[in-house]
Design a protein around this ligand. Sequence first.
Ligand code: SF4
Ligand code: SF4
Length: 423
Amino acid sequence: MSQNKLEKYREEIAACIKCGKCNATCPTLVHTTDESIGPRGRVAIISAILKGRIKLNRRVEKKLSACLSCLACNETCPNEVNPADIIMAAREEIADTRGVHKGINRGTTFILKRMGRISYLAKISSYLARVYNLIPNSGFLGKLLPYADNKGKRLFPLSMKKEFLSQYPKTISPDKPIKRVGYFVGCTTNLIFQSEGEALISLLKKMGVEIVIPPEQTCCGAPSYHLGDIEGTRKLAEKNIAIFGKDGLDEIVTSCATCGHMLKKIYPEISNGTQFGAKMMGEKIIDINRFIVEQINERGLTQKVSDRTRIKVTYHDPCHLRRGLQILEEPREILKGINWIEYVEMEDADSCCGGSGLFSLKHYDLSKKIGKTKVEAILKTGAEIVATSCPSCKMQLEDMLRREGSRIKVYHTVELLNEAIEN
Ligand code: SF4
Ligand code: SF4
């Protein structure tokens, strides 16, 4: 291992006093009690690699890949050590020296390099998901199924027939717009959870905002970034920055926590300074919850008069929104302000749901354990709806709730607010 990418963390790694405070909040450790897949253990492994005491082999790679990038350890460390960042640097080093071309990693890089053909690829995966759904979870074939156990098969959401991006004009203008705002849609909303994007557009129209939705926008690069493929991520970043940089936008809203974190925090980090306007784009990126609360505070919003019975709603914090972008009050403010919602806080609302994109595909058994704890917290609230602000969390929560036999629905906060607001 050349260790180039890890070099800049040498001092930070040495600053770890092995107190173990970070371990207490690490979902992968809490659910396995395996010290080697907790932050302190992972930092110790990376330190030993840097000192040449152990070799980087498949076992080590697996331990590093079984990190959710939930950032909980960064937040907990009293010594300003950031284990999640150190683990990411190690993944980058692995991708550079050993490549990312194995199993699910290979499939992901294949897709990301062919983003222009994403709708064809989505159709193929949707077809495969349909076949998967048809196979009974019993008998000879059932036994061969991946992602299946005695509680059932994994819920693979199907992609929609048409991409979201192909269904709207590039610009949607009200009469006297109060702002001109770009919308970064993100792959999951573009292909699967289109109702979230529809609600966002409907809501912004009601607020008198001009919306620009560049149809050529592409993936934010989160999957390649988490595989350690920084070069591939940089290419996607350059493309998105060029696309969103030319429209004279006041702000750029995102409705996906992970996309928002990538665009606002990671693009400037991987851009090597001012290389491609990443900082400028980052400053314009704003999560839709924060944007809405700012607009409500400035101009107000009129709710429909409602005689519906109040519904208990709870909220799950996406890691990249709460810890990555420090947005935690705004979604709660929105939900508490809706006249038909009785808001109820869940225990450990900020603990990871266990989804984390590729993590749940590569480590489904561990993902299920983490997800089960989240479902237990949701069930304790007695809520009928769980709101969140990340399509990836929604995918995981829906799968986990179904596994536990629950009918609780999962919505994005904008879907609930849009339903409550007067046209
Ligand atoms: S990373 Fe921080 S919290 Fe974790 S063991 Fe090291 S010093 Fe303690
Ligand atoms: S980022 Fe999350 S899963 Fe990874 S080591 Fe830190 S706390 Fe554990």
